[in-house]
Design a protein around this ligand. Structure first.
Ligand SMILES: NC(=O)c1ccc[n+]([C@@H]2O[C@H](COP(=O)([O-])OP(=O)(O)OC[C@H]3O[C@@H](n4cnc5c(N)ncnc54)[C@H](O)[C@@H]3O)[C@@H](O)[C@H]2O)c1
Length: 328
């Protein structure tokens, strides 16, 4: 199959591309290598993908509509996995503009390119953050009208815009709501990476709401497994299995449905590293949700899969990679 992935130099994009290339698919990537975090890490991820001689990454931005159109026209993908975005809850408080251009304008450009070059299935990354002030466990059908961060608001806007495009122009679209994905090659702005860096440096870690906060941490390989299984679960209108009554469009939670406390997560990291963390206990931060937990009924119905890599296994794999990458 021909698959276009946006955000191929990113954490989840690289893992997805690698899995699909290993399975023998034709994969083309698009990534602008934005400077949100160390571009060297993004380039190292791309280098890992370049061992597949068929793999090409186009260094272009989603805001460059002509580049996007050209790529779609030339490559003619059957599936598009749109993962490129400006992520991060906290950063969106200080720097909202990048979220408008990457997430809203960028997604609009992608939808226009897909409209001009129809695909079998458009899969797009969304987030548990859209549940905002809702009550966990989160079900896809519950209201998402109360985002707590601007990041969440832009992702929610992408969901709604994509629904209207699916309704008007018919591209089957799946919105994948990811829940705190972790594992090797993860993002330096995420808690596990920041904690590991501080622990190795002998510095204290800032822990926000350690006893109150719970997250439905999901190991990256489980997420990739879910995405690849969902590729063939193409939504059609009619309301069946979570699809929209009006459009070939579906929203789905991708998580294990087993949230854990931040303190337990840190304990697993300390055990894998073999050094106890010094903690600065801090209050909850603005924009952060207290708890994320997925209802995974729909994921199980559609794929038979429940992400279930044990936290200890996933954290150890992250630490092994972290040491290797930093030559620690
Ligand atoms: N990692 C998580 O826990 C998590 C949770 C929920 C949702 N998500 C969503 O999943 C997707 C992938 O997340 P990730 O953790 O791999 O993030 P990432 O930042 O590692 O990857 C995103 C990639 O997109 C690229 N990009 C950003 N803006 C771009 C633009 N305007 N044009 C072209 N490329 C651009 C970046 O250079 C980066 O390589 C994102 O849409 C994110 O919002 C991630």
């Amino acid at each position: 199959m021909r698959i276009l992935i946006t955000g191929t130099a990113g954490f989840i994009g690289m893992h997805l591309a690698e899995r699909l290339l290993l399975a023998g698919h034709d994969v083309v990537g698009l990534d602008a290598i934005t400077p949100y975090y160390d571009p060297a890490l993004k380039l190292a991820r791309l280098k890992r993908l370049e061992r597949f001689h068929t793999f090409i990454n186009h260094r272009a931005s989603l805001e460059d509509r002509a580049a996007l159109d050209r790529l779609m026209r030339d490559f003619k993908p059957e599936i598009v996995a749109h993962l490129a975005a400006q992520p991060g809850v906290r950063y969106s408080i200080d720097q909202p503009a990048g979220y408008v251009s990457s997430n809203i304008v960028g997604t609009f450009n992608l939808l226009e390119a897909v409209r001009a070059n129809p695909v079998r299935h458009l899969m797009m990354a969304s987030t548990s953050s859209v549940y905002g002030a809702g009550v966990a466990p989160f079900r896809e059908t519950q209201r998402t009208d109360y985002p707590l961060s601007f990041y969440a608001a832009t992702k929610k806007a992408c969901e709604d815009i994509a629904h209207s495009y699916a309704h008007l122009y018919g591209a089957p679209t799946t919105m994948m709501r990811f829940f705190t994905v972790y594992g090797p090659w993860s993002r330096p702005d995420m808690a596990m990476f920041k904690f590991a860096r501080a622990i190795y440096a002998g510095e204290p870690i800032d822990v926000y709401n350690s006893t109150g906060a719970r997250r439905d941490f999901t190991y990256v390989s489980d997420v990739i497994e879910a995405i690849t299984l969902l590729m063939e679960k193409i939504p059609s209108p009619g309301g069946d299995l979570g699809s929209s009554p009006q459009a070939p469009y579906r929203v789905i939670n991708i998580a294990g449905g087993a949230p854990i406390r931040l303190s337990a997560y840190i304990a697993a990291l300390e055990a894998a590293i073999g050094i106890p963390a010094r903690r600065n206990e801090m209050p909850a931060q603005p924009g952060e949700m207290t708890e994320t937990a997925a209802d995974v009924t729909l994921l199980r119905q559609l794929t038979g899969l429940i992400p279930s890599t044990p936290m200890e296994t996933g954290v150890r794999a992250f630490v092994d990679w972290y040491k290797d990458y930093h030559d620690a």
